[in-house]
Each structure stands twice: as C-alpha cells, then as structure tokens.
Ligand binder design. Structure first.
Ligand code: SF4
Ligand code: SF4
Length: 420
C-alpha cells in the first residue's frame, strides 16, 4: 500500500475521491450513464437506452454491478463505505459544514454561537437536501420533467410526493442521523461479514514494541467513534484510514512509524496486493463472465427492432385479378434517441410485389409502431401450396439489415383459383 511517501495521507486521497464521486453522482443521471426511468420504463446504461422488454441485458447489467461490489468486498473489505459511498460522503460533508459554521459564527457572535450556528446549519442542510433529492430522483424520473414538477410545487403526483419525501428524509439523515445510518439501517456492513475472509483488506493495529503513547488521537478522528486498537473486525469500521493518518502523524514526531496500517487479513501482511486464492479466482471469473456477456449483448443489440408475422387469422390468402395475396403485420420499435426509417423488400419470391405505404416506414425516437402490408404473386405461376422466401428490412440511417424467413401460401391449381 502506498504509504512510503512522507507527504501522502489517506485523508487527502479520500477527499479527492469524494470530490470525484460527488461530480459523478451529479453527472450520471443527466448524461444517462446510469438511470432507471420509471415513468417511461427505460433503463439507461452508458448511453444505451434499454427498454424494459430487454430483460436479458438489464439482468446482465445488474448481475455485473452486483458482482463488482462482491469482488470489491472480497478483496478490499469496506473501502466502498470509506471512499465511495454517497451516504458517508454527505455525512462527512455535513459534519465539516457544521463545525465550519460554529467556528465562523463563534468568532462574530460568541454568546449566541450555538443557537445561530444551529439555525444556519439547518438552513444550509435544507437547501442542500432539496438539491440532493432532486439529483437522486433524477435517477428515476427524467430531470426536465422533475424540474417542472419542482418549480410548480407539485405535491399531487407520485413524482412530486416522492420528491417531498426524499427531501425530508435527506434533511433528517444529514442533520441528525449521519454515520448512525451505517451501523443501524445499511445492510452492507453486515454483508461484508459474510463476504470477507482471512485475506481481505483490513485496518490493522499492531504494537509489538509497545510504542503506543495512549494519545487516543486515532479514536478522536474516527468518524465512526470506535477504537481500532480493540479489534480490526469491528462492524462499525469503514476502512477510511483516518486513524492511520492520525497515528502516523503523532508517532512521526517521535521519529517512529505509525502503529496502524492497511493489511491483508489477520496476518497483518502490509505488502503486495493480497492473495489470489481459489475464492478470489472464482469471483473474478464470474465477474468476467458477466462483463463478457454484457459487452456481447450490448454489441449485438439492435437500436431499431423489427418484428414481422403473417396474419392468417381470417384467411390464409386471397385471390384477386389473377394474383394471390398474403397479409402480414409488423411492429417496429425505435429504441434509440434518433429518428429512423425501415425499408422493406422481398427476396426469393419471383414475380412478387410488396403493397405497403409508406415504405420506408418512419419511426420517431423511442416510439413503437404497428402496421400491416400485403405481398402478392402471380397466381398462375404458383405450383406450390407453400413457398419459402425472406423479407429484408434495412434500417436508415444505420444501414443495419435483417432477414426474416417467411412463407407465402397459395392454392395449388388454376381450377382452385377460379373457384375462389
Ligand atoms: S494514535 Fe497511535 S499512539 Fe495514539 S493512541 Fe492511537 S495507536 Fe496509540
Ligand atoms: S477505525 Fe480507523 S479506519 Fe475504521 S472507521 Fe475509524 S478511523 Fe476509519
């Protein structure tokens, strides 16, 4: 682990990662990187607009994300909690804002410090809660639609009510609950107990030379309020490494190394990248399996999906003016954000013609349309009851071509034709 650099602190690394996560939290729904649009039943993943009917890809995406978290927990323990979790990032930010306000207001109004700083803090958290709730709900409702509901103070629709409830919960969370959420409500800490083992990354205290001076700075800086010296397996520990920095800094004054480290498992191994045992190899292989499946499914995905089926509910065929007609139905789903059109043509059915209008069929972005058409072929030349042929569909402007095998039905003799 990179602790040899004298200027390096885990605290500064965490702050940089927290800033990155905050920007990502704001950007992900607005750039459609990850968003589940409930009203429109669409799942957005890295720019792909997946329809709810594309269950296979959504399943692979969720499994991939789940195994990413499993792999991270097996290898690195609770670093997700300490470095990436929005709950922890905003809890720490609210504590920093509260103490900053206390210091600033205490200088100017020492007598009313507590009352004024508390009121100012609640005002700041209230404004931040509206903003954070807006971003959070943008993961589930289109942001422009949500903004309209917010500006019209909509408290009647499900979107408006959810916005008000999430704002209230966010306010209570970051003004009162904060890290208590991690040890009471959040199931991830308990899950970590199942996923971690003797080789998982831990924050470890070791003092073989009895160098601890009992300054308790490691306890004072701990955002979870625990003493890491008691055990590296405390469920409250989020592996944030604030205690490592604190001990390094205190003992550096005595020209001694710190007593707390990141370590691989119970043995306290501080070097390398951990052991690659059978369990970890299996987890990595499963993660690779879902990553490959997801990549393949996205690469093969058609933005415009065309489905064609014969319509033989009322009649197998009809005959008119010396030609046999078969009726077909189609459905076109444009699952992209751009307008498209689909050109229909025929293959391997000599003398046949397609009666459909319009052709190409225009489809708006996100639209699903149904239609029908007829194919006719000269009656006299048809000797078979069933002719196999293909309908070719070409999507414009992507120029993606699909071939749909189909059958054309006709009477077998001219006498039958005349009888119709
Ligand atoms: S900061 Fe280090 S020296 Fe101080 S009490 Fe904690 S472990 Fe001991
Ligand atoms: S014990 Fe150390 S690593 Fe664990 S939560 Fe407290 S400060 Fe963070």
């Amino acid at each position: 682990m990179p602790t040899s650099d004298a200027t390096f602190t885990w605290h500064h690394l965490r702050r940089r990662i927290h800033l990155f996560c905050f920007v990502a939290f704001l950007a992900l729904p607005f750039l459609n990187v990850v968003r589940f649009d409930i009203p429109r039943q669409r799942f957005y993943f890295f720019g792909f607009e997946l329809w709810i009917s594309e269950f296979g890809i959504i399943f692979l995406t969720l499994m991939f994300l789940m195994f990413l978290i499993v792999a991270s927990s097996v290898f690195y323990g609770r670093v997700f909690c300490g470095y990436l979790c929005p709950q922890m990032i905003f809890s720490e930010a609210s504590m920093a804002v509260e103490s900053w306000l206390q210091r600033r207001i205490g200088k100017k109004f020492p007598k009313q410090r507590d009352r004024l700083s508390r009121a100012a803090f609640f005002l700041v958290v209230a404004a931040a809660s509206v903003f954070l709730a807006f971003v959070f709900i943008s993961y589930f409702v289109e942001p422009r639609d949500l903004f309209r509901r917010l500006t019209s103070l909509d408290l009647k629709t499900a979107g408006g009510i959810s916005g008000a409830v999430v704002t209230l919960v966010t306010f209570l969370d970051f003004s009162l609950v904060r890290q208590r959420f991690c040890t009471t409500v959040c199931p991830y800490g308990y899950l970590q107990g199942l996923l971690g083992d003797g080789n998982t990354l831990l924050v470890h205290y070791r003092d073989p030379g009895h160098d601890c001076i009992e300054c308790k700075k490691c306890v004072r800086v701990c955002p979870m309020g625990i003493d890491i010296r008691k055990s590296p397996f405390q469920i409250e520990c989020i592996h944030c490494a604030e205690c490592i920095d604190a001990c390094d800094e205190i003992l550096a004054r005595l020209k001694k190394p710190g007593l707390i480290h990141y370590a691989w498992g119970e043995q306290g191994q501080t070097r390398g990248w951990g052991r690659l045992d059978t369990k970890r190899i299996v987890v990595l292989l499963v993660l690779l399996f879902y990553a490959a499946g997801l990549f393949t499914a996205l690469a093969m995905r058609r933005a415009v999906l065309v489905r064609i089926s014969p319509d033989r509910a009322n009649a197998l065929y009809r005959v008119a003016d010396g030609r046999v007609y078969n009726h077909f139905r189609y459905n076109i789903a444009n699952r992209s954000s751009k307008p498209a059109a689909v050109v229909f043509s025929l293959q391997q059915l000599p003398g046949a013609s397609l009666a459909m209008a319009p052709n190409p069929v225009p489809v708006k972005p996100g639209a699903s349309i149904d239609g029908d058409f007829e194919i006719s072929a000269p009656a006299a030349r048809r000797a078979d009851l069933v002719s196999h042929f293909s309908i070719l569909t070409t999507t414009v402007p992507d120029q993606v071509t699909d071939t749909t095998p189909m059958t054309f039905l006709a009477p077998t003799s001219s006498s039958t034709l005349e009888g119709k």
